[in-house]
Design a protein around this ligand. Structure first.
Ligand SMILES: Cc1cc2nc3c(=O)[nH]c(=O)nc-3n(C[C@H](O)[C@H](O)[C@H](O)COP(=O)(O)O)c2cc1C
Ligand code: SF4
Length: 445
């Protein structure tokens, strides 16, 4: 239940340095991949492992690599997406801060598989200290012959560069990231063409999440079958979950896919239960963009099965009674949490971060924020609640990139499961205006 792949050896003193990392078997996979496997064999291992992208959408990683345009004579690129800006998600920065060589090791075999001689780590600019750590680790990898020309006498060359972003959530979207890396304003491109055909500088490119790439070394070392045996169903391997909110032990945990949500929340090895002995009210299980679920539906699915931390189990029931694993940002709310206030805060975030390129997102996020502002502050009308549902439904599926959906889903889900709280705000403006938030819980049952 606490299986470690990514965070294995994290407690070893000095693991951030290449010497200590190598003494624990670090970088063994590079020699294996470059010297005894063809690039296609590496891709095949990743396909057979069942690894799915850890950036949020869960697309199979090996299949994504197999789409790279091999007919093109242009250079190919690998980009590691280390932008990590989704509220509630802080797993990638933890990985890069504590065990950065795990990422670089994975990037070498991934670049080899793709035929990329240049790779970038696009990192959120605010992570200044992490940029320093990554640059130091890359320097060490060059010194020990794992980067640069003719790596380990294999004939394969690779350079890795760290590129700081300016701190915009939209720059985590892969095509906006590519625009930003090219030195332009970070606005998403229309897809298709997908980056595997036309990505960075119009060349074939794969964008992968930090955690995704950090799995590659283990898969190369241990083989696809060993990886595929870990986890459950089509959710293979382990997953980093960043847990926060009203819990006793916030932090980043590596779990084997399939761990029951209830165990994750209450077991001392993980979140250690709800703070101050309060009751659980709701959880956003996969970063702020995925639907919130009330206690009954996060612990069990609608048909009474244990809800598990896996792609399939969390999405069971569709959006009516389920949610998504997303990026693994697990936000826990206790009985006192005000869902209206939380939804308003999220709405402010998505409005602020909309790049403004498409009207449903640009206008819709601003409109939702305005309506939620008046409900939250005791000026709302009953019809505002349906208006929010209507605006969210008009944004969803009608935009260039998924930020529109990410803005719509939290609002729609909050109203779906906690409509009574929105109605309470509308019906009791005097209480909403005068009472400190949190204590509303005793009114809004
Ligand atoms: C608004 C927005 C922000 C995103 N932010 C991130 C991010 O910070 N990190 C990330 O890996 N993926 C992010 N994604 C998903 C990426 O577009 C892309 O799917 C992902 O990096 C692919 O990596 P994977 O296949 O390894 O999951 C974001 C998507 C959207 C729409
Ligand atoms: S959905 Fe929003 S963030 Fe995405 S391209 Fe359109 S306006 Fe920009």
């Amino acid at each position: 239940m606490e299986r470690k792949i990514i965070l294995e050896h994290i407690d070893v003193k000095g693991i951030r340095s290449i010497e200590v990392y190598r003494s624990m078997g670090g970088y063994d996979s590079v020699a294996k991949a470059l010297k005894s496997m063809t690039p296609d064999e590496v891709t095949e291992q990743v396909i057979n492992s069942g690894l799915r992208g850890r950036g949020g959408a869960g697309f199979p990683t090996g299949r994504k690599w197999s789409f790279i345009d091999k007919k093109s004579n242009n250079p190919r690129y690998l980009i590691c997406n280390a932008d990590e800006s989704e509220p509630g998600t802080f797993k990638d920065r933890y990985l890069m801060e504590h065990i950065p060589h795990r990422l670089i090791e994975g990037m070498i075999s991934a670049s080899y598989a793709l035929g990329a001689n240049t790779a970038y780590i696009y990192v959120r600019g605010e992570f200044k200290y992490i940029i320093g750590i990554l640059n130091q680790s890359i320097k060490e990898a060059y010194q020990q012959g794992f980067l640069g020309k003719n790596i380990l006498d294999s004939g394969f060359d690779l350079d890795i560069y760290v590129h700081p972003g300016a701190g915009a959530y939209i720059c985590g979207e892969e095509t906006a990231l590519i625009e930003s890396l090219e030195g332009k304003r970070g606005t998403p491109r229309l897809k298709p063409p997908f980056p595997a055909i036309k990505g960075l500088y119009d060349c074939p490119t794969v964008v992968n999440n930090v955690e995704t790439l950090a799995n590659i070394g283990w898969i190369v070392n241990n083989g696809a079958e060993s990886y595929a045996q870990i986890g459950i169903g089509n959710s293979k391997g382990t997953k980093l979950i960043s847990a926060c909110g009203n819990i006793n032990k916030p932090g980043v945990y590596e779990i084997e896919m399939g761990l029951p949500v209830e165990t994750f929340i209450y077991n001392e090895k993980f979140c250690g239960g709800i703070k101050n002995g309060k009751d659980l009210k709701a959880v956003i299980p996969g970063g702020s963009s995925v639907p919130i679920l009330p206690k009954e539906l996060i612990l069990k699915t609608a048909d009474g099965k244990k809800r598990l931390l896996s792609y399939e189990s969390l999405s069971e029931g569709g959006f009516q009674t389920g949610s998504m694993l997303g990026s693994g940002g697990f936000i826990v709310y206790n009985e006192n949490a005000c869902i209206v206030r939380n939804t308003y805060n999220l709405s402010r975030f998505y409005h602020h971060e909309s790049c403004g390129q498409c009207s449903p997102c640009r206008e819709g996020t601003s409109w939702m924020e305005a309506v939620l502002h008046r409900i939250e502050h005791g000026h709302g009308k009953q019809k505002d609640i349906d208006l929010l549902v209507e605006i969210a439904s008009r944004i969803e599926g009608n935009t260039i990139c998924p930020l529109g959906d990410a803005a719509a889903w939290p609002v729609a889900a909050a109203i779906r499961h906690f409509r009574h709280e929105f109605e309470f705000h509308v019906e009791h403006p005097e209480i909403v205006k005068n009472i400190r938030h949190g204590s509303l819980a005793k009114y809004a049952k």
